[in-house]
Design a protein around this ligand. Structure first.
Ligand SMILES: *[C@@H]1O[C@H](CO)[C@@H](O)[C@H](O)[C@H]1NC(C)=O
Length: 313
């Protein structure tokens, strides 16, 4: 009996095990059967919903910034045409052959020499050392003498301490570089250099991460140059320091419908563009370091022409 029991007991564990394993597997098997019908549908619906949410998030997110000219790259000359805004309509008759008919943007990386860049940077540093905004953005205009000072401006040519700051050579280099930019823009946009005039304001800028103190320190708002200065037709910038090397932030951004385009400052790089609303833009806030540049502005209206600066007063 006992042996029988033992014998008969032996199989039961097996049976139990198999029963257990059946019990274990059977729900899984049942689950698997359900998986292929109802759960699969749920999973597919969930995946589809996830994709829909991701698409909405992607579409509502700002498109990434597209570099038009990165700091690392010497682009030589790179240009792109953009459709002109209607901002010039009224002026086309008044200044034929100069008012933009073909609008666009251009970057020149081989126009200004390294020695010229360092000479101009040195002028900016010396001049701005005599003043400077209490906020993050300071300017020095060698044409008018305007120099940021605290929350206002002073005339650098009236400052006693500025008397021996600049040399004739400084002004020579400044005018020479300005002339090269003038010629390059005229050539690029197919206009006669004599129909295009340097205009106000043309100035050095120094931007740091210091918090703004006045409206003059807020350079980062998108704007149209021609709205700020009606006389503008072509705007250019000459960068004297490098993005990512001497400062962070401070990239120039064209605000476009598809994706915004950046011009990363590179020492010696000239960026030029037509000044109307086809070229809405702003400068990113500088977050670190110091950014130096020169804004060189041009008009087709001789009434707004300005002369080269001279060592004076
Ligand atoms: C472009 O920049 C503007 C201004 O910063 C911003 O409002 C806009 O969302 C940006 N556009 C794209 C497509 O990223």
């Amino acid at each position: 009996m006992a042996a029988k029991q033992r014998i008969s007991r032996k199989p039961p564990p097996l049976n139990k095990q198999s029963a257990k394993s059946e019990q274990k597997t059977s729900p899984e098997v049942r689950g698997k059967t359900a998986f292929s019908s109802l759960d699969w549908r749920r999973i597919i619906i969930r995946i589809a919903m996830m994709f829909a949410i991701m698409l909405v998030v992607y579409l509502s997110k700002d498109a990434p910034l597209v570099p038009f000219a990165s700091q690392q790259e010497n682009v030589g000359i790179r240009s792109v045409a953009v459709q002109c805004s209607k901002d010039y309509e009224e002026e086309l008759k008044r200044f034929p052959g100069c008012t933009p008919m073909k609008c666009g943007r251009v970057v020149f990386d081989t126009l200004v020499k390294r020695s010229e860049v360092s000479a101009l940077l040195h002028i900016a540093e010396r001049g701005l050392a005599l003043g400077g905004s209490s906020g993050g953005a300071s300017i020095l205009d060698l044409h008018s003498g305007a120099l940021s000072h605290g929350n206002a401006f002073v005339n650098i040519f009236k400052l006693e301490e500025a008397k021996n700051t600049f040399t004739m050579e400084d002004f020579k280099i400044y005018s020479h570089v300005k002339d090269k930019i003038h010629a390059a823009i005229a050539n690029q946009f197919g206009i006669n250099k004599k129909d295009l005039f340097l205009t106000y304001p043309t100035f050095f800028s120094r931007i740091t991460a210091a918090p703004p103190q006045t409206i003059h320190d807020e350079y980062w708002h998108p704007h149209v140059d021609k709205e700020t200065y009606e006389s503008f037709h072509y705007t250019s910038l000459l960068y004297l320091t490098d993005y990512g090397l001497h400062f962070e932030g401070g990239r120039f951004i064209f605000v476009d419908k598809d994706a915004n385009k950046t011009v990363e400052p590179r020492a010696g790089r000239v960026s030029a563009f037509t000044s109307g609303s086809e070229n809405l833009h702003h400068v990113e806030r500088v977050t670190k370091g110091t950014r130096y540049a020169i804004t060189v502005s041009f008009t087709c209206d001789p009434k707004y022409a300005i002369k080269d600066p001279t060592l004076q007063r």
